[in-house]
Design a protein around this ligand. Structure first.
Ligand code: BMA
Length: 823
């Protein structure tokens, strides 16, 4: 197999324009317009509109390349495009080769006859994806929502590029992945799949190859495979194959199993597969890193309904994490390094799962490689979200091809836990207010698409992995898809229907795959897309960066319920973030306390694709909002949480650990001037994968008067083998009514070789203390903290977690904000 890469220098121009610009493929139109000063940063102020206008034109990319004579001696020469976004005519030497119309596909086509030795020319003409979608929708209206460019559902392109309730309308285009020529002779792999059968301390691995014989008489072929373990052990297998495929088998004794984050290591075995001809020449190769593990999703009936739990290597785990959306609306800005940085933040917040939501696209290999290495399970949606589709024959063909292209590409990844048909379609058809209507043909098409066509397409290429029809679902067939007792649930009464977040405790979901709460991004992030005069949440520019209708008003509604009116923009932004953190914590602590019945918590959403007010816990610049620090705590493998029922507080330890852990829970009930009224402690053996009660504190008699409820608080923390958890303060009234005293914070800083140790003390109880700097970014071991007098917080700030070199002195003067300041 020989390849000629067509990546690198190309020229681009607006269709019909005289002037060409030099560009580098892979690329996108926005990238090139920006680089050549033809467009202003679409993320700044309201520039999005101008960008959308620019994307209403067509663009042309072209280059020449040299083909050596012997390249064309091969039996087969193919043009392989790993990602064309989206509607593009591909011409070779002046003749139209084909039209691409699906961003998710790998396009490959034979080009031997169209090429000649020496110089050749390729031209890719992109038709505006915005205009194209709108035209289809005008000609045949299928579905409409104000969040997107019309017709988004008619084009096989990441839906959210057309706009979403957190994303700009920026339907960029381009050759966004590699493009190359491949020459092959005699034979090549049509497919290489790996299956595992686990036994007693051993795994049988079957490497199944499918061969494609090319032209010339080929004789016998040899498939050789080698497997190398993380410990260096290796296995070799070889087989001569006369037919169209060959299976090789490895028997691995004492396998090193792959575990999700928090339950063990994530070792990978390197598999190398080689195809050679009679003369021994290597014809084709494949390299795959595989993790050895079993992974099933249990859905069997139980006393409450039916389960939904991930079972890895026989252990039922509590899936914790969040939903992931594309990292940038301009795809060239997503690099493996940036993705890794994001995924590492997920691991730092103790995630074991991430859901790749169906309104985006299948990520690059590097995303899934990184999940494998970090032990992050991936819930992978197929690419359908919140829409009605018209299931024509050509649409069916296109989605089956895109699904199989990607399932084949990705199925060897240990991290991929399941394939899920779609996001919220079954729910939409069952009455959730997405306006799907009630057309019986389209309803029937839905069933055909997600309960017949796609599961079959997936099963044909990945028979061992779990397929779930939709998220949310109770198993399909429009059978109450968002039933709290079966399957997974998207719970949006809090936020979209304005219910208080205390509602979370009324439900016992089996697996909550979406629930969320919005906040504004960090002031520094807002600073990057606004002018000072824009910094009012109702300004035009702030509303351009708020895509969820009346959500700014919604944030204020929740704020009114909980906090005093923040009179400064900075405190309003901060209050929105604290509300978000508190809301999600309230839900998660409840789901985790009901472990066994509930086995999954994936909040909406971890990241942003541009700077915006949204449900994310990390903003566009990867700055941690309070929610991300909270997640680190509420997703900890050992969590001590408290639930208050009218002054009767139950403490409990939720464990995702595989062994018993000795934990001591300490609590103090404090009153005016922070005086300790009552205190206690309890040592428990926190049982593995369970919830262990750690006592109740009866505070009721201290809370009879309103004045008491506004001054008395309970603080608690836990000591484990690993150290002390941060202090949590539980109030018995809304924060807006609590009589916070000025906390008089003091911060001392000690420098070590790789880190600074920050000690933060308070004269009076301080809640939601936030440390930040306008001049540099950093990630602390904890932030948005509660501090009580006598128990200063000791925080670690690794030098590698600071955006630039700083002096200890600069850190002593970090800005602080806390509940007391929200007024
Ligand atoms: C969910 C998602 C997204 C959406 C989010 C916030 O249901 O599936 O479609 O962005 O809600 O509204």
């Amino acid at each position: 197999m020989k390849t000629i890469s067509l990546n690198g220098p190309w020229r681009m121009r607006k269709a019909g324009a005289a002037r060409f610009y030099d560009v580098t493929v892979p690329t996108t139109v926005c990238t090139d317009l920006l680089a050549n000063g033809l467009l202003e940063d679409p993320y700044y102020r309201d520039n999005e509109d101008a960008a959308l206008l620019a994307l209403r034109s067509d663009y042309e990319y072209s280059r020449t390349f040299t083909v050596p004579e012997d390249f064309l001696d091969a039996d087969s020469v193919e043009l392989v495009c790993h990602g064309i976004d989206t509607i593009a005519d591909i011409h070779l030497n002046g003749a139209l080769l084909f039209r691409a119309d699906n961003m998710h596909r790998t396009w490959r086509t034979g080009v031997k006859a169209a090429l000649h030795p020496g110089e050749n020319a390729i031209r890719v003409c992109f038709h505006s994806a915005a205009e194209y979608a709108e035209r289809l929708e005008r000609e045949n209206p299928v579905y409409k929502t104000s969040d997107t460019v019309d017709g988004f559902e008619q084009v096989r392109k990441a839906h959210c590029m057309y706009g979403w309730d957190w994303g700009p309308k920026l339907p960029d285009m381009g050759i966004f992945r590699s493009i190359e020529l491949r020459a092959a002779s005699v034979a090549r792999f049509a497919d290489v799949g790996v299956r595992q059968t686990h036994g007693e301390n051993a795994v049988d691995i079957a490497v199944e190859t499918e061969l494609e014989r090319l032209g010339r008489a080929s004789g016998s072929l040899t498939v050789h495979a080698s497997l190398t373990g993380p410990d260096g052990r290796s296995w070799q297998e070889c087989a001569v194959c006369s037919g169209g495929g060959q299976a090789l088998a490895f028997h691995v004794d004492a396998p090193q199993l792959w575990w999700p984050n928090g339950y063990g290591e994530h070792p990978l075995y390197a598999l190398h597969v080689e195809l050679s001809g009679t003369d021994g020449a290597v014809l084709d190769t494949r390299d795959l890193n595989i993790g050895l593990r079993t992974l099933t999703v249990k859905t069997d009936p139980d006393e409450w309904g039916s389960k939904f739990e991930f079972c890895v290597n026989g252990v039922s785990i509590f899936a914790i994490g969040a939903n992931y959306i594309p990292e940038d609306s301009i795809l060239t800005r997503i690099t493996p390094q940036r993705t890794e940085q994001l995924l590492r933040q997920c691991v730092r917040a103790n995630y074991n799962t991430i859901r790749v939501w169906g309104g985006g696209y299948f990520q690059d290999d590097s995303f899934y490689d990184c999940c494998d290495r970090l032990g992050l399970l991936v819930w992978q949606d197929l690419l359908f979200a919140c829409a009605v589709y018209e299931l024509t024959d050509s649409f069916a063909q296109s989605i089956v091809a895109e699904t199989q292209d990607n399932v084949r590409r990705l199925r060897h990844h240990a991290s991929i836990a399941l394939w899920c048909g779609n996001n919220e379609l079954e729910w939409g058809w069952s009455g959730w207010d997405m306006g799907f209507g009630n057309d019986p043909h389209r309803r029937a098409d839905y069933i055909k698409q997600f309960e017949w066509l796609l599961p079959q397409a997936v099963k044909a290429v990945d028979p061992d992995r779990f397929y779930w029809v939709a998220s949310p679902s109770s198993g399909g067939g429009f059978d109450d898809p968002n039933d709290q007792n079966r399957g997974d649930v998207h719970y949006w009464e809090v936020w979209h229907r304005l219910k208080p977040f205390t509602e979370y405790r009324k439900y016992h979901f089996r697996f909550c795959s979406e629930f969320g709460f919005q906040s504004f991004p960090s002031p520094k992030t807002i600073g990057a897309f606004t002018l000072p005069e824009d910094r009012n949440v109702f300004s035009d520019v702030m509303e351009c960066h708020q895509k969820n209708g009346t959500a700014n008003g919604r944030i204020l509604m929740y704020l009114a319920d909980n906090f005093l009116y923040p009179t400064r923009f900075e405190t309003l932004v901060y209050a929105s973030q604290v509300l978000q953190a508190e809301a999600i914590r309230y839900g998660v602590e409840h789901w985790r306390a009901n472990r066994g019945r509930c086995m999954g918590s994936l909040y909406w959403q971890v990241n942003d694709c541009w700077p915006v007010a949204s449900w994310s816990s990390l903003d566009y610049y990867n700055r941690w909002k309070p929610l991300h620090y909270y997640a680190k705590n509420f997703y900890a493998p050992l969590l001590c949480s408290a639930a208050d029922a009218q002054g009767l507080v139950s403490l409990r330890v939720c464990s995702e650990q595989l062994r018993v852990q000795k934990c001591t829970v300490y609590w103090q009930l404090r009153g005016a001037q922070d005086a300790v009224l009552l205190e206690g402690q309890q040592t428990v053996d926190a049982q593995p994968l369970s919830v262990t009660p750690a006592g109740t504190v009866d505070c009721a008699s201290w809370l009879t008067e309103k004045a008491q409820r506004q001054t008395v608080y309970l603080c608690y923390w836990m000591e484990t083998e690993a150290g002390c958890t941060p202090v949590s303060v539980l109030l018995f009234c809304k924060p807006k009514h609590f009589r916070f005293a000025a906390p008089e914070l003091s911060l001392s800083v000690q420098e070590q070789e790789d880190a600074f140790i920050l000690t933060l003390a308070a004269e009076h109880m301080a809640k939601y203390v936030w440390l930040d700097s306008p001049d540099f970014d950093f990630i602390l071991s904890d932030n948005c903290l509660d501090i009580v007098p006598g128990r200063p917080a000791v925080l670690i700030l690794k030098k590698s977690d600071i955006s630039r070199a700083v002096q200890a002195d600069e850190l002593k003067h970090l800005d602080t904000l806390c509940a007391y300041d929200i007024r």
